[in-house]
Design a protein around this ligand. Structure first.
Ligand code: WT7
Length: 657
């Protein structure tokens, strides 16, 4: 995707900070000076930044980190004590108790929006925290959240943080199986869900999904239900709890539990190159400092601004830039329940105009989809409040960047293309609105304290000088870095620190150009990026082979107009099974049910055989090429056990674009 339009002069030219963009928090000069200081003396730099948040007991030690494989250990502000929820609510009460903390925009534009002040947020969080406590949740316990995009999702995250419980948000688009796996892996005591989740005029039956999931979990797990739509659900007496009713009866006073800086705040599951999603663990102090700082500086957020990140709280983007970063900064954050195209393709812009949004942050896939609907949907709305635009999740193709700049930003809003990951907690490579000249498709330069390095993929040798190309690693720790994989520190070390010794390996390939700008070229492992969401090909494969008619499956990504990458599955059927259109549809539905709609294969090719080496290893390189419709350059196929399967696969390829 990233390379698609790089030929056009408009796309490759540098875009200066728009002349009218004044009074930015970071300027070109202060960026250089502050970046140099952050690298020269991390202890001094982060020691100062740590003061952004309130500490119950201030830290005396700042950085204590070790990337050595076998003894990886990451600690920031390690003797500090704080409470994350108090930082997001209590500390704002004196100055901005009546300021809006959350603007909730419902799926249906005819339903009124809700404005929740910091005082109301505080009260709701305290009541919900008391309900959790009353049902036995305590410091260190895990609570799984499976919720729509409603204010209660933020209350629940902060209620956990208030009592020191660890939340694990599961995206509402995941299936009952995926939910059950996460409840079981985290050994959660409580699941918080809602009756149903309206999205784009349709409803996802969250409670009935949770019922199905809980059949596979310990029967002591409690289920708290937000009665959001009022839709009818089944009710299991003794297990199910009407959380809103109990909140009304609960005390509005709940002391904030002091937690250590390194106590876990949340676990968030993400796909890797093996079949089993990893529980990414983020802790309290460093994560909050990093989320707050990046939210303020990447978006040039100032008091009184209205900030809108369109992500779902089921992803890390929602954690850091709907909830924790903005609320730690006392911001007004918009939470949107719906989708960009409901009731029409103007919804995003209608909401920007309605709530006078100043910073708008979305995914390239949404921009591409809306671009396809025509600029007239944008022009209908008054977007004069917008100051900064952001993108996240995947490389943005220059064509979409230019459209976003011209039609949404009217050439006046800096665009920040933020590169980061679930593992990094916040932005690592990103422009800063008042400081960085941008180039469409490039995430540009490192954030403060970040030392990116480009290594040769095979040799692991650091590529000095510009330009350079290879795999992207980070040479030293930053406060928002993940600390471990839940329950499996060995897997943490093996995934991120084994292949390239002494570095954090991101899994991304990249290029650094003549100006030192970074261009992310995509994953170098068996992870694909579908609409800005990470999907492990192995996960889709295991879902497919779980079907009784499937003998074998291999899944790869291929370029997709809107989604960035689409899911291409090669399927070998059991002996005697007839390959039909109906079976194709059945397999797509099967994967949706096993994992969720985001894992639906876009193309399924019947493969009588897969290209394997004589030792039985599937040669994915060949499958990727065929899926990309680029089979002219298959490279060396002489090591294949049966080279003739390749001709069959080419002849019956599904992507002829
Ligand atoms: C992967 C991380 C971090 C929030 C959303 C995704 C890709 C992310 C960009 C960008 C190019 C990007 C990378 C990364 N990615 N942002 N601005 N430009 N690629 O989080 O699910 O953890 O996925 O998304 O490949 O490794 P995630």
């Amino acid at each position: 995707m990233a390379g698609r339009d790089q030929g056009s002069a408009e796309a490759t030219s540098k875009h200066p900070v728009p002349p009218g963009f004044a009074g930015a928090l970071v300027t070109p000069e202060s960026y250089s000076a502050m970046y140099a200081a952050s690298i020269a003396d991390p202890d001094a730099f982060w020691g100062e930044q740590g003061k952004r948040i309130d500490w119950i007991k201030p830290y005396t030690r700042v950085k204590n980190t070790d990337f050595t494989f076998g003894q990886v250990s990451i600690n920031w502000f390690e003797d500090g004590v704080l409470n994350v929820a108090a930082n997001c609510t209590d500390r704002h009460l004196a100055r901005r108790g009546s300021q809006t903390a959350i603007i909730w925009e419902p799926d249906d534009p005819k339903t009124p929006a809700r404005h929740i002040s910091y005082a109301e947020l505080h009260e709701n969080v305290c009541r919900m925290a008391n309900v959790l406590k009353a049902h036995g949740a305590a410091k260190g316990d895990r609570v799984v959240l499976y919720l729509p995009m409603i204010p209660e999702a933020a209350y629940a995250m902060l209620a956990c943080a208030r009592i020191g419980a660890i939340h694990s948000v599961v995206f509402g688009g995941f299936s009952p199986d995926a939910l059950a796996n996460r409840v079981n892996d985290s050994e959660a005591k409580i699941v918080i869900t809602a009756d149903t989740a309206p999205r784009g005029g349709r409803r996802t039956p969250l409670k009935s999904n949770a019922d199905a999931a809980l059949l596979h979990c310990d029967d002591k797990v409690k289920c708290m239900v937000v009665k959001h739509t009022g839709d009818q659900t089944t009710w299991v007496d003794g297990r199910d709890i009407d959380i809103l009713a109990e909140m009304r009866a609960a005390s509005a006073d709940c002391p904030a539990e002091p937690v250590n800086a390194e106590d876990p705040l949340f676990v968030l599951y993400t796909s890797g190159s093996t079949g089993k999603p990893k529980g990414v663990v983020h802790t309290s102090g460093g994560y909050l400092v990093y989320a707050a700082m990046t939210h303020q500086l990447t978006f040039d957020y100032k008091d009184g601004d209205i900030f809108w990140c369109t992500a779902d709280v089921g992803w890390v983007t929602g954690h850091s830039y709907i909830v924790y970063g903005p609320l730690a900064n006392g911001a007004t954050t918009v939470m949107f329940e719906g989708v960009p195209t409901f009731p029409d393709a103007g919804r995003f812009w209608e909401v920007c105009a309605k709530h006078k949004v100043n910073q708008f942050y979305t995914a390239p896939t949404a921009i591409r989809a809306l671009m396809g609907q025509g600029a007239e949907w944008v022009e209908k709305h008054d977007l004069s409040s917008l100051r900064v635009l952001g993108t996240v999740g995947e490389p943005i193709n220059p064509e979409a960047w230019v459209w976003y700049d011209k039609h949404v930003g009217k050439g006046k809003c800096p665009i920040v293309d933020t590169w980061w990951q679930t593992e990094t907690g916040g932005h690592l490579i990103t422009p800063l609105p008042g400081a960085t000249e941008t180039k469409p498709g490039s995430a540009t330069l490192p954030f403060f304290g970040i030392k990116p390095v480009v290594l040769n993929a095979e040799s692991g040798v650091v590529q000095e000088g510009n330009p350079a190309e290879g795999v992207l690693c980070i040479a030293d720790s930053w406060p928002g870095q993940m600390r471990t994989v839940w329950g499996d520190h060995q897997r943490f070390q093996e995934t991120y620190f084994q292949q390239y010794k002494g570095y954090y390996f991101t899994g991304d390939g990249c290029r650094r150009d003549e100006d030192g700008y970074y261009w992310i070229t995509g994953r170098v492992d068996d992870v694909i990026n579908v609409s800005g969401h990470r999907m492990g090909t192995a996960e889709v494969e295991s879902a497919l082979v779980a079907h009784e008619k499937v003998a074998e499956a291999a899944v790869v990504g291929y370029p997709h107009e809107i989604k960035g990458q689409g899911i291409y599955a090669y399927v070998t059927l059991m002996n005697g099974v007839e390959p039909t259109e109906d079976l194709r549809k059945e397999l797509v539905k099967w994967v949706r049910n096993e994992i969720g709609p985001i894992a639906s294969p876009d193309l399924i090719q019947w493969a009588p055989g897969l290209p394997k080496t004589r030792s039985g290893k599937i040669m994915r390189r060949i499958l990727r090429k065929i899926a990309e419709n680029d089979f002219g350059a298959l490279g060396d196929t002489s090591t294949l056990a049966d080279p003739s399967v390749v001709d069959d696969l080419i002849g019956n390829r599904m992507n002829r674009a």
